[in-house]
Design a protein around this ligand. Structure first.
Ligand code: 13P
Ligand code: SF4
Length: 320
């Protein structure tokens, strides 16, 4: 509509005026993803967002996603201004992994390598030996296991168990979960599969094991999008945030995509297939961040940054 169009036009000129680039995650609303594409920014998974922002020449990076993605951009390019539509956009994995408790847990097992998911604070990243995202976690843990390393894994227990099952690595787990992926319902998904026997099931590994067990493909957001393009099926049931449908539909206009069920088995969902923090990234908030960065600029502690950069760079070099 007209109001949205007006926001978009103003944001486009502000991006130019401020030498800024918009980097958006696949879970943000379709209009944000479209705007990032139209303005020469990118829409990506969390690993690609980090790479894109660190290589792009713009002076300012606008990160439409959640807090850890903004912090990762700042850790990689401290000389740039990194702003977010809102700094309140957190992640249940980050919230559920406070540094003091996590560090004490690691201290109890000094013989183990600490591998943490990117969905964490700068302090937790600094405590880690390795950072991983869901697109490279399997390969990195495989590599560590081959070296004979034993692992402390945090914070996502579902992604952790999936990786442990796949690699057979010796892992002890922090007890965290994503409130969005935790809501997918097994029986309702089986019923949906029975209704659409020709549909392939695509699952993000932050989902519980019983959901992952029903998958035809498991992977990060960009890996799921690739699977939708490459698999011969015409129908897909997708167990991840519904923001991903924008890109799937754009790349595969002739295919049909269904949301995996989040209701059923006597329960209703709290965050039905859409992350409440990703949803905070609206057009108005993006314009405000570009007009006045105060209260929306991401800063990280410079001492912690050094440690976090070391473990982030390990991941980036490994998966280059
Ligand atoms: P990806 O790395 O697959 O984009 O996942 C990030 C995330 O927060 C998923 O919930
Ligand atoms: Fe965190 Fe889950 Fe939201 Fe991803 S979808 S940002 S893991 S709460």
């Amino acid at each position: 509509n007209d109001e949205k169009q007006a926001y978009k036009e103003r944001i486009k000129s502000l991006l130019k005026e401020k030498d800024a680039v918009l980097v958006a995650h696949y879970y943000t609303d379709p209009e944000i993803q479209a705007l990032a594409e139209e303005t020469g920014g990118c829409v990506a998974d969390s690993l690609e967002m980090a790479r894109f922002g660190s290589k792009h020449p713009a002076k300012t990076i606008v990160v439409a996603g959640v807090r850890f993605m903004g912090e990762t951009a700042k850790i990689l390019t401290p000389e740039k201004t990194v702003v977010m539509p809102t700094l309140e956009a957190t992640c249940s994995l980050d919230v559920g992994c406070p540094i003091d408790e996590f560090s004490a847990f690691c201290d109890q097992h000094p013989d183990r390598k600490v591998v943490v998911y990117a969905n964490t604070s700068t302090a937790v990243k600094a405590r880690a030996d390795w950072i991983v995202t869901s697109s490279c976690a399997l390969e990195i843990v495989e590599h560590l296991d081959e070296q004979g390393d034993k692992i402390i894994w945090g914070p996502d227990k579902h992604l952790g168990s999936y990786i442990q099952k796949q690699t057979g690595a010796d892992m002890i787990m922090w007890n965290g979960a994503c409130i969005v992926h935790d809501e997918f319902k097994t029986k309702a998904l089986k019923d949906m599969k029975a209704l659409h026997p020709d549909a392939a099931v695509l699952v993000h590994p932050e989902s519980p094991a019983e959901i992952v067990d029903l998958a035809d493909a498991v992977g990060s957001t960009s890996q799921l999008i690739k699977a939708a393009q490459e698999m011969d099926n015409q129908k897909f049931i997708v167990a991840t945030d519904r923001g991903i449908f924008y890109k799937m539909q754009q790349l595969c206009p002739e295919k049909e995509f269904f949301e995996a069920p989040t209701q059923g088995e006597g329960a209703t969902c709290r965050s039905c297939a859409h992350c409440p923090w990703m949803a905070m990234n609206g057009l108005k908030a993006i314009e405000e961040a570009l007009l006045d960065a105060s209260g929306k600029e991401v800063f990280v502690d410079m001492e912690l940054r050094e440690g976090a950069l070391r473990s982030l760079n390990r991941m980036l070099d490994f998966s280059a």
